[in-house]
Design a protein around this ligand. Sequence first.
Ligand SMILES: Nc1ncnc2c1ncn2[C@@H]1O[C@H](COP(=O)(O)OP(=O)(O)OP(=O)(O)O)[C@@H](O)[C@H]1O
Ligand SMILES: O=c1ccn([C@@H]2O[C@H](COP(=O)(O)O)[C@@H](O)[C@H]2O)c(=O)[nH]1
Length: 242
Amino acid sequence: MTRPRFNRILLKLSGEVLMGQGQFGIDPDTVARVAGEIAGAKAAGHELCVVVGGGNIFRGLAAAAKGFERTSADYMGMLATVMNALAVQNALEQIGVDTRVQSAIPMSTVCEPFIRRRAERHMEKGRIVIFAAGTGNPYFTTDSAAALRAAEMNCDALFKGTSVDGVYDADPKKVKGARRYDRVTFNKVLSDDLKVMDASAVALCRDNNIPIVVFNIREQGNLLKVLKGEGTATIVQNSEES
Ligand SMILES: Nc1ncnc2c1ncn2[C@@H]1O[C@H](COP(=O)(O)OP(=O)(O)OP(=O)(O)O)[C@@H](O)[C@H]1O
Ligand SMILES: O=c1ccn([C@@H]2O[C@H](COP(=O)(O)O)[C@@H](O)[C@H]2O)c(=O)[nH]1
């Protein structure tokens, strides 16, 4: 399958991936490996910005189910993404990659606030911008933040680096024999309620014509491979054709 070359990408990193083999939190070796993948993509000439999830630390919805007040729980989830963003920043800077973290919830002693034009300037200077704290609003997820930032930063595609190698016709972790799509339309993902990404993120990408590439970031070297159009992934776009 041939895929278009995407120059500027928004990489959505699942928080869960940063746990490595653990059940919770941040595994430094995994973060270092993921940082290496990002550095490799940059060295190959791609412009990248990153949105990090928080599922390895705190998910608002799960906490609300256990009795937490939903909006507070969501703010806790957003703060979890800031910790992940700082971990990724640290790992990237250790290998000499220039970065900035921008948070949707201003916290000026920790990182920059999100200012789109400033983020653009950082990218022009070759820095990797890591967007933290999701959209800054409760009742959203970092998938929606990724779609929003991809649109704001004029990205050619949203790369969702996760623990599955694409979009399946049912959750492959739950349904044996689920079949993976090479290509699928936004409308099919929405009408079949395929839960690899939340519906608001998919709709935002559809309406702004930003393809979503779902791939397994747990596999060593996969980001660059998928960027080159090799390796296993699903591309979600407005038409089924290439
Ligand atoms: N149709 C489907 N195709 C592929 N994956 C699916 C599908 N339905 C549900 N999933 C699940 O979606 C998950 C991918 O989302 P992910 O784990 O990256 O969550 P997230 O909420 O984006 O990240 P975080 O860990 O930061 O909260 C996979 O674990 C997979 O089991
Ligand atoms: O815009 C946003 C983004 C995230 N949240 C909360 O953070 C957690 C972690 O994000 P994941 O996307 O699940 O990794 C999420 O469960 C929400 O509680 C938010 O409120 N708004």
